[in-house]
Design a protein around this ligand. Structure first.
Ligand SMILES: [Zn+2]
Length: 73
């Protein structure tokens, strides 16, 4: 499985926004978004702005296209 990480600090956790409700997700194969600890009902109501995501660990903000591929076992 491919895991995408923050280009700044290498964290694999991202958030939809730092100011609104914090929704944490990871980015895996094909840059698909995988939510952490969410019910299916909650996930169906989430709208991600792919051009404005935040790192969960540092102050990086950017687009889903900018996260970098991590090669690990
Ligand atoms: Zn980061």
């Amino acid at each position: 499985m491919t895991q995408y990480i923050c280009p700044s600090c290498g964290s694999k956790y991202f958030m939809t926004s730092k100011t609104r409700e914090k929704i944490i997700f990871q980015v895996t194969d094909g840059r698909s978004v995988e939510f952490v600890e969410m019910t299916t009902e909650e996930i169906n109501n989430i709208v991600i702005d792919a051009h404005n995501i935040c790192c969960g660990a540092c102050s990086w903000q950017g687009s889903l296209d900018e996260v970098v591929e991590s090669h690990r076992d």
